[in-house]
Design a protein around this ligand. Sequence first.
Ligand SMILES: *Cc1c(COP(=O)(O)O)cnc(C)c1O
Length: 361
Amino acid sequence: MKGRIHNFNAGPAALPLPVLEEIQAELLSFRGSGMSITEVSHRSKWFDEVIEDAVARVRRLMKLPDSFRVVFLQGGASMQFCMIPMNLLPEGRTADYINTGTWATKAIKEARIQGKTIQVVASSEDKNFSYIPKNISFGADAAYVHLTSNNTIKGTQWASFPDTGGIPLISDMSSDILSRPFDPSPFGLIYAGAQKNLGPAGATLVIIRQDMLERVPEHLPTMLKYTTFVEKNSMFNTPPCFAIYTIQRVLKWLEETMGGLQNMAELNRQKADLLYQTIDRTGYYVGTTEKESRSVMNVTFRLPTEDLEKVFVQKALETGMGGLKGHRSVGGCRASIYNATPLEAVKALVDFMEEFARRHG
Ligand SMILES: *Cc1c(COP(=O)(O)O)cnc(C)c1O
């Protein structure tokens, strides 16, 4: 569409154009209410339908068994870093954490500042987090195992999840939630800040298995207990209505237009392959991660010099492609290609990369 760029931002990130158009079209009067969705009560039938439908779609898309509860919280994924140990790591027990980069490191820090005992059972810090650890042994009595399924900044992703021998897995899926199908049954909790692959910032999707709720201590502040939000269907207090509404529209698009997670995963794989093949073929770009750990969502690469990286990002923007600068902590370039990034955007980027390599190589 005229005036819009190909958006490769890491987060907040691209939303599907049909969803934005739908929101625009119904903004002034939502479903005949004479009000926008941001103006209606969160206790109204209009909003109730939105949130119920969002929850139902998450359940269907992810094929969640009945034992899972789906809620929308606030405070971002970062709030979950503290809520998880607070709610799910009882006194006298320990939990296992896997450190695969910036976000995992922050989750570890938030558990430790509460004085909780945790073990870092695996880490890829020795090689600047450029790979996903293998052959991990877990503590026999660990209360849970925490991992980050996709490392947004470093550009690595778990291709499959480790066998924890029955210890509940907890995963930060902020940057790859609903990008591919997987078996949810080993998970005790899954969480994702919405602004990468689900919708706008302001809501966090939390999927929690019923038995985990039995661990929640009584003495916690009401707003920091999972049970509060599960019991009140995400509406103990005013939820982030506009964010949840947008998420509901994205879920509908994912289910009805894109055909669900299997199709989405195939398209995501196709987009990532195009980029990685260009990186490997030209020899001009260098991928920053080990090949078998490469992320399908965040493609990180370097150019021969930092000056050329600056020119690359600038020229790309002039050509209508934004968000290609790597995270400030790692430098280089990064193309974030979440569900909403169309194949055409990736094709345009690949053409640009080949042309740039010819001119500057
Ligand atoms: C962006 C991101 C976060 C931080 O999310 P907030 O919603 O800003 O707190 C945490 N984990 C991962 C994997 C992320 O990509």
